[in-house]
Write a new protein. Sequence first.
Length: 418
Amino acid sequence: MIPLKLLCYSAITLCFNGAVLRRYLREELRLAFPYTFLVLLPTIAQPFCQLFLGGFCGVTVFAVACYYLFRNLPQKCLNPRGKAVFVTGCESGLAHSTAAHLDSLGFTVYAAFLTEDAKAEKELAKLCSDRLVTLYLDPSDDNRVTSTVEELRESLNGNDLWGLVNGVTCCYYAESEIMPLDFYRKLWSVNVEGQIRVTRALLPLLRRSRGRIINITGISNRLPAPGFSAFCASKAALLMYSDVLRLEMKKWGVHVSVIEPSEYRAAFNKDGRLKKALHHMTHELSPLVSRDYGDQYFDAAMATVDREDGTDFTPDQSAPCKAIEHALLAKNPDEHYSCDKTSIVLGALTSHAPAFITDTIAKFLAGTQISERCLAMTSEDKDSGNSRKAADDYKNDNVESSKDVTNNINAHNYPVTT
């Protein structure tokens, strides 16, 4: 009787060889020497694994190694020459670098800017060829999206649109109780509704070309960052939307990929944007919330934002740019791209580690957690009954006045960060 362990090893090897053969017949793999040796490696290594790796632990190691090898086999890539790609949010940051990188490969890049920013356009034009076409797009505005798509159709002049890279994003810093709903709505209208709006408008073109859709989420879709609840929630929503869209678009031959760089907040606080918005929020709070948090807390929050002022978290953005390149040109692109070792490790931890471990890591990496010591109302105050006194005092405040102040908050006065 054939041992069960031998059957397991043989089944894994046969599955590997069958999957490789299927991809080879579909002309997806580049199997020139020395890559041919990689295909034969599991068959050669199987008897040695049986000999030196005893039990089902060895079978598991062998299976994981075969899967990793299969996922990393070199693929054939398409020729970028003549292919048009639409990239949003090109003012700065990752989208700016992506537009320049794709242009250098030979793509015809349609770079979308939120506003008519001559400086940002000139900076990108210096890095690109004369194939670059600039457009203006506010993803939260239906009319603007419609008009921009019409401009794009005219510029394409009957040619196909191969890819869409949703690079625009919006971010504000404030804890959940501090941030007004108006800021939540503005952020959501760009990070989620805006991405959906642009994608829907371009789907007819992408279905015709059987092209690619690429959404950028980052590790924040799984790792909670204190003070960025609205941002993290929007990225988690965008991740799930992308996964559902990928399944829906398979019948049309359109591939949908998600890019997850570990950090790319390069322009979130450009020109002190986060600080200006936070300053406005803290001065428009209700009396009760303002009293409970206290000046020391708000000073600490401002100091936290100051530490990020002008900080470029990803000075070398080659890894996410390479991932976007692969998603656009590979014959069988991946569904999710973890662009560096940090995002791979953090992704595994958030999926399997206990909450107290992920919470500790999140607070350490984000660096935005504000200590309880900074609060005006400490835990001792809560136990001593001062919270009830504060609530009674709040009833005596001019509630109508505070409502009027809160209603004056307008997130549209603060520019969207990209």
